[in-house]
Design a protein around this ligand. Structure first.
Ligand SMILES: CC(C)(COP(=O)(O)OP(=O)(O)OC[C@H]1O[C@@H](n2cnc3c(N)ncnc32)[C@H](O)[C@@H]1OP(=O)(O)O)[C@@H](O)C(=O)NCCC(=O)NCCS
Length: 166
């Protein structure tokens, strides 16, 4: 798809691609996320942890790339069979307001629709005005009847883990 972006005084065509998030994109995506306001990275954002997420949810997450193939936008998407979840939607500052965020989300929702997952959740910081405006503009609900509660889980050392049910 051809978008347009203002470079200096001239409007240049901008070639961008939305495609599956590959494990080889993890490094560039982490770099983008670490520079993006409104997001926070946790222990779930190591290269290994992201790879585990992608392996558990193959084909749902997406990146946006520029003409040179560099990652300029990214989003993680997965589901548990009942609902989908999006994490870390980000578009590089200079590429914003060109529809890339919208296209990344559309990619994920279309993949969820293909496997009959009927709803999707996101977690947005209350103070993230930009993020909240983006989601509300796209018809996402801010339900006043419930809220997200969260608790940290103390992890079990590998040697102390019980065999997993298969
Ligand atoms: C949110 C974000 C991904 C949007 O990416 P984007 O590529 O600029 O989004 P789009 O171009 O598809 O914007 C679609 C619409 O969202 C709304 N929107 C996007 N950015 C906005 C802003 N800064 N202020 C108000 N509305 C905004 C607009 O209605 C826009 O449509 P328009 O440009 O025709 O007016 C990007 O701003 C970003 O990376 N923000 C920082 C990270 C973040 O907050 N992510 C969400 C975490 S939950």
């Amino acid at each position: 798809m051809e978008d347009r972006i203002l470079l200096g005084q001239e409007v240049e065509p901008l070639q961008t691609t939305i495609r599956y998030f590959r494990t080889t994109d993890i490094g560039q995506a982490l770099q983008l996320w670490s520079m993006t306001e409104g997001l926070s990275l946790t222990e779930s954002d190591t290269e290994d942890a992201i790879k585990t997420f992608l392996d558990r949810n193959p084909g749902f997450s997406a990146v946006a790339t520029d003409q040179a193939g560099m990652v300029i936008g990214a989003v993680l998407c997965g589901h548990n069979g009942r609902a989908g979840f999006l994490y870390h939607l980000a578009v590089a500052q200079t590429y914003r307001r060109n529809g890339l965020g919208t296209r990344l989300v559309q990619f994920c929702l279309s993949k969820l629709a293909e496997v009959d997952v009927p709803r999707c959740n996101i977690f947005v910081y209350t103070a993230n005005d930009l993020g909240n405006q983006f989601w509300l503009r796209h018809g996402w609900n801010d339900p006043s009847r419930w809220k997200v509660l969260q608790k940290r889980i103390e992890l079990v050392a590998p040697a102390e883990r019980e065999p997993r049910l298969s």
